[in-house]
Ligand binder design. Structure first.
Ligand code: NAG
Ligand code: NAG
Ligand code: NAG
Length: 302
């Protein structure tokens, strides 16, 4: 081969080389941390939770009685007593959290409660109740005072499987009134989730924090394979926009599925954070996070 030809081939290669390698490299996406707050009076105030700087989303847990003609009832355990107006002071704390860029959502459902809809109208009435009492609407009996929350989280684990998709649509419609209503969902990892399977297909959920715990088929068990396989199935659904790994914040926080922090940051996050759908990690709960110090160790590594 004559030197000129070799020179040309070499030049072309050197020019293309950076593009060839860049094409293969997708930079990892930075994730956020979502935390459940509200079910233990000894987990610090809401404003203190936000002031830690470790959380990007706070789910207030739980509004756990509603539907079927029941008077909706919020339960914030030892924090404050909603029926007597004891929680209206949370408004300034909610606004403080929002001023830090933290999204504050009201979480519906949970493991203990009584919630089901009897019809589409029942779901519609409840959506209006949520709008007027927790979101951008108005009512003279707002349990958390005047501050509008950023959205509603669905942690539906019992009762009827019907009409949750209607509730999502009605809530989303309120976004047209000038303030976006964010929707979150916390399905169990076995796919599809019994309660959230149909509602998620509306494509209206902004955040899906899957519970990869208390679910042996798809949780961490000393080996990340089952969890990663399940994550890949969830993330391949085109109606899911932002997906989070939901984990217990301490071994005692769940029956099974605890993952040591170094496994999360060293193995799981690197395996999933090149996906544009990667949203970060969700933890149950602030109380258990305080006990273990979990997110203190990982918040800048996810
Ligand atoms: C939280 O709110 C309480 C009551 O208003 C206040 O005393 C405290 O200083 C606040 N803490 C932070 C971190 O803002
Ligand atoms: C749960 O709610 C339904 C109405 O949706 C009601 O009929 C039932 O009595 C409630 N159960 C309890 C234990 O309160
Ligand atoms: C993890 O589980 C997978 C699937 O069950 C298995 O193929 C693999 O060998 C396991 N890895 C380790 C380190 O045990």
């Amino acid at each position: 081969m004559c030197p000129t030809k070799l020179y040309i081939i070499l030049s072309v290669f050197l020019i293309l080389f950076p593009f060839l390698t860049q094409a293969r490299y997708t930079p990892p996406h930075r994730g956020g941390i979502a935390i459940y707050w509200g079910q233990n009076g000894n987990e610090g105030r809401l404003n203190e939770t936000c002031a830690t700087g470790r959380y990007n989303y706070v789910n207030l847990a739980f509004l756990n009685i509603f539907g079927g003609g029941q008077v909706p009832s919020l339960n914030l355990a030892g924090h404050c007593d909603p029926p007597s107006g004891g929680c209206v002071g949370l408004s300034s704390e909610i606004q403080y959290c929002q001023s830090l860029g933290i999204k504050v959502l009201l979480s519906l459902g949970g493991g203990i409660g009584n919630y089901s809809f009897s019809s589409t109208d029942d779901a519609k009435n409840f959506a209006e109740y949520l709008y007027n009492n927790y979101l951008g609407g108005q009512s003279n009996s707002r349990p958390l005072g005047h501050a509008p929350l950023d959205g509603i989280d669905f942690d539906i684990e019992s009762g009827s499987v019907l009409y949750w998709d209607d509730l999502a649509r009605f809530l989303h419609d309120f976004s047209r009134r000038g303030r976006k209503v964010y929707l979150g969902a916390a399905p169990q990892c076995p796919f599809p989730d019994k309660y959230m399977g149909t509602p998620l297909k509306t494509g209206l959920f902004d955040y899906v924090w899957v519970q990869f715990y208390n679910n042996p088929p798809c949780e961490y068990n000393g080996n990340i394979t089952n969890l990663i396989n399940s994550w890949n199935l969830w993330s391949s659904q085109n109606y899911i926009k932002k997906l989070f790994v939901g984990l217990p914040a301490a071994t005692q926080a769940a029956g099974s599925g605890f993952m040591p922090p170094d496994v999360l940051t060293g193995h799981v996050v690197p395996a999933i954070n090149r996906s544009p759908k990667y949203g970060g990690v969700m933890f149950w709960s602030k109380f258990w996070d305080d006990q273990s110090g979990y997110t203190t160790r990982i918040f800048n590594l996810v």
